[in-house]
Ligand binder design. Sequence first.
Ligand code: ADP
Ligand code: MG
Length: 325
Amino acid sequence: MRFLPFFLLSLLITSMHAGFADPWVVRDGQAMGTTIHTEVWHQDLQLAEQVADEVINIMNHVDQLMSPYIESSELSLVNRQASQAPVQISDELFKVIERSIFYSELTHGAFDITYASIGYMYDFREAIRPSRNQLDSHVRYINYKNIVLDPSDNSVFFRDPNVRIDLGGIAKGFAVDLAIEKAAQSGVENILVTAGGDSRILGDRAGRPWVIGIRHPMDKNRVIAKLPLADESLSTSGDYERYFDEDGVRYHHIIDPKTGDSARDVRSVTILGPQAMDTDALSTSVFVMGPKKGLELLDRLPGIEGIIVDQNGNLLFSTGLQNLR
Ligand code: ADP
Ligand code: MG
């Protein structure tokens, strides 16, 4: 297969339920700075409607806890206060920070929520980026070891006042998993939940797989691979979501913690796996790690697969997906 340069990868969830008599409920919303989409199947239409509403509510709830743009969010409070004294936080925020540190260790620091110690100096809409001086003086604060979690009182502490955290690389996945768990508790066995680039599917589409098409970004009608999926999560990270170009260089929202600058080894990463919090963190991680180290990591992780589009537009597959080529 050959692809055009600057090939970008995006996902299209193909709609197959037209013509089915089964009761599907479809809902769209906005939360966490992105679009939320859910499709729920249940014999009891009223229950399906309730669960769909609940999905949107959960997304808003996680936004209220973890948004850096909401001043009253727990995350904002932590960023203001955690260097003065340990701050007690909710179980939910604790769990997400804990899992983030797990991924920092697994990826030798490629995934690091303290990237925000420099990350907040970018404004992609206004084409603003940190100066050389700012990078030089602040890059040392990017280090997950500056975060101290204490499970005995559910608190978080920062070792330095210049440390900040941001959960943009993992919170949507967490929210998707939470929504799926709540739906399952309500008795729903077939549901899709999407928050921006992060999706999870529970069950199948009433006896048929969900078909996830990997779409050619420059030709909406061209699908380069179709994956029949059930009980799966998938996340995509790309350099074309939040960015600006300056002197031929792309500045975008995925930051290499070693430099404080945007990661530029790949154009896009899609990860498949059982849980959305993991696929979310891993799509950001592999983006930073680049093709070689990224694929090596994916091949070490059971149940996890991935597709990378490198800087030349080549598609690279993890070992379990080699048959897609
Ligand atoms: P999105 O769906 O928002 O594009 P991604 O999963 O691609 O999210 O993650 C990008 C987000 O992750 C950024 O907007 C930022 O909030 C956060 N981020 C950027 N660089 C890193 C990093 N090195 N480690 C952890 N999180 C990061
Ligand atoms: Mg991610």
